[in-house]
Design a protein around this ligand. Structure first.
Ligand code: ZN
Ligand code: ZN
Ligand code: FE
Length: 753
């Protein structure tokens, strides 16, 4: 029998995360091994191949494609079509095709350096010894260097750096780790470092620049370093004066800084690290992980994270960080290179002008970062990862939500903004954009939404936005002149939680946060909603109280406490008499009685603030959630079930609870006990409402559920009572997850209606 007769030829289309992960070389080697001929190439949304050869070999290929794919790859679908054999000999990797087939391209996030690359960087014999831009098919920048798809060097930031002969040989060798790795380079042909101190001082290049940056840090200076997704500000975390100067220059007096350690071993000297936390720290996403600090004295000065039992920790993820951390030999503060709440700088010239006055020097490189991508923040809670800020290493991986969605662009919230686009059963969320009250963040949102849809090759004719008419995101949406769908804030939180858990059921949604615009035009925040992906009704909510002075009450927790005292018509407790002058008190009393500048709210965030203020635990919110954090951190070691009376009735009345708090405060009960009794009362409230509502699933969402004790105890008690609690894992419970919820609600409503 001739070879041709037993031969079969197939066209195979593989979709999923298969570009930029070494999939084509993998297919090449597999085809060679199985003695199949044909070709493979990248196409938008995946890759296609044609293979010709024996039937058995074909079957083996189809079996091994998904099961043996290289580590970062995710094969979602394989589609085969029979073709006439052509008698082709040999197997080739072909050039990519540019044309769009309307499918969403998956873009990989940036990946931390792999062990093989690190070995090369620290091997004096290797030609990439100490080369700060070493990477390969398994690691290195992706999302931050991709200008457009499909993923090929000519459409990345590296296009201006022609490969030298040695790099080219690696690039063309199917058996090399750098075969078709688009972002590779070496010291001969690739990007270089440069150090700039002042405008007049000479520019130092390469190793000299790095050495000077290290000296500057060791001398207590603040150094701006351009990494993967933008600039960081680095300072010696063991030098109190350096950290103090950084706080003053950044005008960031309280919010914790993240710390970069050289190795897991150094982290273990400072923090408790569970197995799960270990795997997150060392994962390819390399996020900032919130770890509990050990109690004994530590090298990292307390001012890095004042009055905080946790420390945000990350390991080096860019080759440059590895070099830097080895040279300084101590943990470094690594905080976003920005002013205030502005987006992080990612362009050399802009960084030099915006960060001048904060940084003593700039260590930069000469390839263009395509878009700013901050570090992600995660923690382990209830024995699972929970993402608190979804950015580098996570975005823009798509989230499969399990239901078909119409094409929508969702603009998210004004706080911790992210945006999202839908594509069939998937939602692609952007990296963290930031707080839109800042003009630069708003501008970023505006230009990134356009660029994002273009990059992914999707059209989004409809815009979903928060129903708050005054939100910057809402106004930015109207300016686009497309049909708009307004989504209620807390409904979006629940939809995000449903999508995060791949659930499409009716649930009792417990949504507790600082504030969100309610369907009745008032400010909501302590909500129990019966909710599906597309509909909801308000089942129960906290009895409202006034926000004295509006936003002022958000910044100043004693004002929240004062409002509750007015509502109770009680004597003003000592702690508040100490806080306000008599004149202030009478002014606030007048405001309250006349209802001037006192919008009412059912906010759970403010109730936490009020209790913390009454227990003398906080006077200011210098960053969002600071006071609620102090209340959580005040919890005693012994976690009994003692509790205040939970709010009850309709609306849920907190007055008995606050009277009990005031009794405790008057009796000088320890704040830790006040905190415990209050937290338990809130958990009991969830249990009571869950029993009333009678839905088996209970979804916990909103910023308040960043509180570990509240979340973990609620989950445990709900389970014990026979409910199925769901909470967040891949997207934040805070407003950073809102775009996902909006995208699902609007995308699904358009299909159902
Ligand atoms: Zn590598
Ligand atoms: Zn080279
Ligand atoms: Fe919210």
């Amino acid at each position: 029998m001739s070879r041709l007769k037993t031969s079969e030829r197939f066209h195979i289309r593989v979709s999923g995360i298969v570009q930029g992960v070494g999939f084509r070389p993998f297919v090449y080697c597999l085809a060679k091994e199985l003695n199949l001929s044909g070709w493979v190439r990248n196409v938008l949304g995946g890759l296609e191949l044609e293979v010709e050869g024996g039937k058995l070999a074909q079957e083996r290929l189809l079996h091994r494609l998904p099961t043996e794919a290289p580590a970062p790859a995710v094969v979602e679908d394989i589609h085969t079509r029979r073709l006439e054999p052509t008698g082709e000999v040999g197997f080739q990797i072909r050039e990519s095709v540019d044309g769009s087939d309307g499918n969403l391209g998956e873009i990989l996030p940036d990946l931390a350096s792999c062990p093989s690359c690190l070995r090369e960087m620290f091997d004096p014999e290797n030609r990439r010894y100490q080369y700060p831009f070493t990477n390969c098919i398994h690691c290195g920048p992706r999302y931050t260097v991709i200008a457009s798809l499909p993923y090929d060097r000519c459409r990345t930031s590296l296009r201006d750096f022609g490969l030298c002969a040695q790099c080219l040989a690696e690039y063309e060798d199917p058996l090399n780790r750098r075969f078709h790795a688009q972002a590779i380079s070496c010291s001969q042909c690739g990007p270089q470092l440069e150090w700039k101190e002042t405008e007049e001082a000479p520019v130092l290049e390469g190793e000299l620049g790095l050495t000077r940056a290290v000296e500057a840090i060791l001398e207590g200076g603040i150094v701006a370093i351009k990494g993967i997704g933008g600039f960081h500000l680095f300072a010696d975390a063991t030098n109190l004066e350096a950290v103090r100067i950084l706080r003053i220059r950044k005008r960031r007096m309280a919010k914790p800084f993240a710390v970069m350690f050289d190795s897991l071993r150094s982290v273990l000297e400072e923090c408790e690290v569970s197995e799960q936390e270990d795997s997150l720290l060392t994962s390819r996403s390399a996020p900032i992980v919130l770890l509990r600090r050990k109690r004994q004295s530590s090298k990292v000065v307390p001012l890095v994270a004042p009055e905080n039992p946790y420390l945000g920790v990350m390991l080096p993820y860019a080759p440059l960080h590895h070099l830097l951390l080895r040279l300084v030999g101590r943990p470094l503060v690594a905080t976003s290179g920005n002013r205030g709440e502005e987006p992080i700088c990612f362009d050399n010239a802009i960084a030099e002008s915006r960060l001048r006055g904060i940084a003593d020097g700039f260590l930069m490189h000469n390839y263009r970062i395509q878009r700013a991508v901050d570090d992600s923040v995660v923690c382990v809670v209830a024995e699972r990862e929970m993402v608190l800020r979804r950015s580098r290493g996570y975005a823009p991986l798509s989230l499969d939500v399990g239901v078909e969605l119409a094409p929508v662009l969702a603009l998210g919230s004004d706080l911790k903004n992210t945006f999202a686009v839908t594509n069939r059963k998937k939602v692609v969320m952007s990296q963290h954009i930031g707080d839109l009250s800042n003009a630069l963040s708003l501008e970023t949102l505006d230009c990134q939404t356009e660029a994002f849809s273009r990059l992914l090759g999707v059209e989004t004719p409809v815009i979903a936005h928060d129903c708050h008419p005054g939100y910057f995101s809402t106004r930015a949406g109207s300016a686009k002149g497309q049909p708009m769908i307004a989504v209620q804030h807390h409904h979006a939180h629940i939809a995000a939680c449903l999508a995060d858990n791949g659930l499409n059921e009716e649930v009792l949604g417990v949504v507790w946060d600082g504030s969100g615009f309610g369907s009745d035009g008032t400010v909501w925040g302590g909500e129990f909603l019966i909710s599906t992906m597309t509909r909801f009704h308000r089942w129960a909510h906290l009895r409202s109280f006034p926000l004295l002075g509006g936003d002022q009450a958000v910044l100043r927790p004693p004002l929240a406490a004062l409002a509750l005292i007015f509502e109770l018509d009680q004597e003003i407790p000592r702690v508040l008499l100490d806080e306000f002058s008599e004149r202030d008190l009478s002014n606030y009393r007048i405001m309250y009685e006349k209802g001037i500048h006192c919008p009412r709210t059912s906010s759970m965030g403010r109730l936490f603030d009020a209790v913390a203020a009454l227990a003398s635990l906080s006077k200011r919110n210098r960053f969002e959630g600071e006071t609620a954090m102090h209340l959580e951190f005040a919890l005693p070691d012994e976690l009994s079930n003692e509790s205040y009376s939970s709010p009850s009735g309709a609306p849920l009345d907190w007055r008995v609870l606050i009277r009990e708090v005031l009794d405790d405060v008057r009796n000088e009960t320890d704040p830790s006990i006040v905190s415990l009794r209050f937290h338990n009362a809130m958990v009991n409230l969830i249990l009571n409402i869950a029993a009333e509502a009678g839905r088996s699933y209970v979804a916990l969402s909103g910023g308040c559920f960043q509180n570990r004790f509240l979340l973990e105890r609620s989950v445990t008690k709900l389970r014990a009572a026979g409910f199925k609690p769901i909470w967040h894992q891949r997207v934040p419970p805070n407003d950073g997850g809102l775009s996902l919820g909006q995208a699902c609600i609007a995308g699904r409503s358009l299909i159902e209606n």
